[in-house]
Every structure is written in C-alpha cells, then in structure tokens.
Design a binder for this molecule. Structure first.
Ligand SMILES: Cc1cccc(-c2n[nH]cc2-c2ccc(F)c(-c3ccc(S(=O)(=O)CCO)cc3)c2)n1
Length: 238
C-alpha cells in the first residue's frame, strides 16, 4: 500500500498509535474502570467542544493464541459481524491492498442519541525490530477515520463519528522443556487496545459514558474469546 495517497497518513498514525499503546499507564491520569481476570480497562475523561471523547486503553493477556492471529481476526472484514455486536451494517468501500481496507460501518443506535456511522481505513502490519523483553515482533491493526467522496459525512440519517483505534499485540513463547514442537499451551499474547471516539455531534455525556462502561469490557472479552475459539483447532499462525 506504499504508493497510495493515504500511505503517509497510515504510516504516521500506525507508528504514533504503537508508541501510544506501549506507554505504560503510570502517567496521564488514567483511571481503571473495569477489571475481569487479566483484562484491565482504563479511561481518561475528556470533552472536546462539549462532547465526550474519553480516550480508552485496555490491556489484556490471553493464553493459546499469537498476536498475529489476534490482529488477523480483528482486521478481517469476512468475520467482523461474527464478533462485532455494535455494528448494524458493514461495507468495504475500498481494498487498497492486502493489508489496508476502507470501511463504512453503521453502528447500533445508542438511545437517545442519533444513530452513528463510521468511515475509516484499517491497516494491519507486523512491526519488526521493536521488542519488549523476550517477546516476538509486535503486530498492530489501526483503524482511523477518513473521507470517501461517495459517502460524505452527515449526508444521510447517521451522524458521522470520528475514531482512532489500535490493537497492538505481542506474542511470548515459553518453549517446551523437552525440545518438542511449540503448542498453543506455550503461547501467551499481550494485548493493548486503544480507542478515541469523537461522537461527531451532541450525545448525552452520561449516556455515552454508561454505554462505554458497559460495552467495552463485553466487546474485548467477546472478541478475544472469539479468536481463541477460531484458533483452537487450527495450526498456529506465528
Ligand atoms: C464496543 C463499544 C464500546 C462503546 C460503544 C459501543 C457501541 N454500542 N452501540 C454503538 C456503539 C459504538 C459507537 C461508536 C463507535 F465508534 C463504536 C466502535 C467500537 C469499536 C470499533 S473498532 O474499530 O474497535 C472495531 C470495528 O468495528 C469501532 C467503532 C461503537 N460499542
């Protein structure tokens, strides 16, 4: 996708998001708002122009899958509706390359706000040469709002929201002591999910914050369990 007009933005946003995801939660006023086993969800309460844009950062540790597998299923348009319950309709507007697509998504309405749609490019890549401790290479999927001439913002019944989302994964392998082949029991995947969503138009802060508090933990649990189930009987994708 390196020759496409979006490429400079895709490259910049992906590397910015990878850096942002790897920042630890010490600084920046993050408040823990949900915990479930190894999953921890943090948010910062921020408003832009009176609209809630609360940045979210979730960290999770999942056994038995690789970061490549986690990112593969998050990126894949074919399976999105199997796990993404907040989307009513999803269209791939453009397949820029194997690793880059443009999506239009109509999200389920969050009463009493108007229905939202999102139009974003989605890019998947392996990031070589940056490793934490004894981990494998990072895999990242980045979703970032963009424009499309055939689907101008706010031209239909939906309010166009603006999002930047990244899923950053790193695989840790604890090889079998007896030198046999690596199995899924030897795999641990560390996940960081970051999202900033601007609702693009007025929506009641209390309702949005309640939806986010309820929906994000469900979303990450559901998605990670979906990947575990899909991979269980398949060869490992390193
Ligand atoms: C998971 C979640 C958390 C908080 C709210 C909701 C929700 N309920 N009804 C509508 C939405 C909704 C509103 C706006 C959004 F941008 C997304 C949204 C969520 C995730 C992503 S993604 O990029 O992580 C996965 C692709 O859909 C994009 C948009 C979802 N869903």
């Amino acid at each position: 996708a390196t020759e496409h007009k979006l490429w400079p933005e895709i490259d910049r946003v992906c590397l910015e998001q990878l850096h942002y995801a790897r920042l630890n939660l010490g600084e920046g006023g993050w408040q823990l708002f949900a915990e479930d086993g190894e999953m921890r969800m943090y948010k910062r309460e921020e408003e832009v122009g009176g609209m809630v844009v609360d940045p979210l950062k979730a960290v999770h540790i999942v056994k038995g899958v690789t970061g490549h597998e986690m990112c593969h299923y998050f990126f894949s348009a074919d399976v999105r509706m199997d796990w993404e319950t907040t989307v009513e309709q999803m269209t791939v507007l453009e397949s820029i390359a194997e690793d880059t697509q443009v999506f239009l998504q109509i999200h389920k309405r969050v009463w009493p706000a108007a229905q939202r749609d999102s139009l974003f490019w989605s890019h998947i890549r392996k990031v070589p040469n940056i490793r934490d401790e004894d981990g494998q290479d990072f895999w990242i999927v980045c979703n970032h709002s963009t424009e499309h001439q055939d689907f101008p913002a706010n031209s239909g019944k939906c309010v166009r929201l603006f999002l930047t989302v990244c899923l950053v994964c790193q695989t840790f392998i604890d090889p079998p002591k007896d030198g046999t082949d690596i199995t899924r029991d030897n795999l641990t995947c560390k996940i960081t999910y970051c999202s900033v969503v601007n609702p693009g138009g007025w929506a009641p802060a209390s309702v949005l914050r309640a939806v986010y508090k309820r929906e994000y933990p469900k979303f990450l649990k559901r998605f990670t369990q979906y990947v575990i189930d899909q991979c269980a009987d398949k060869p490992i994708m390193f």
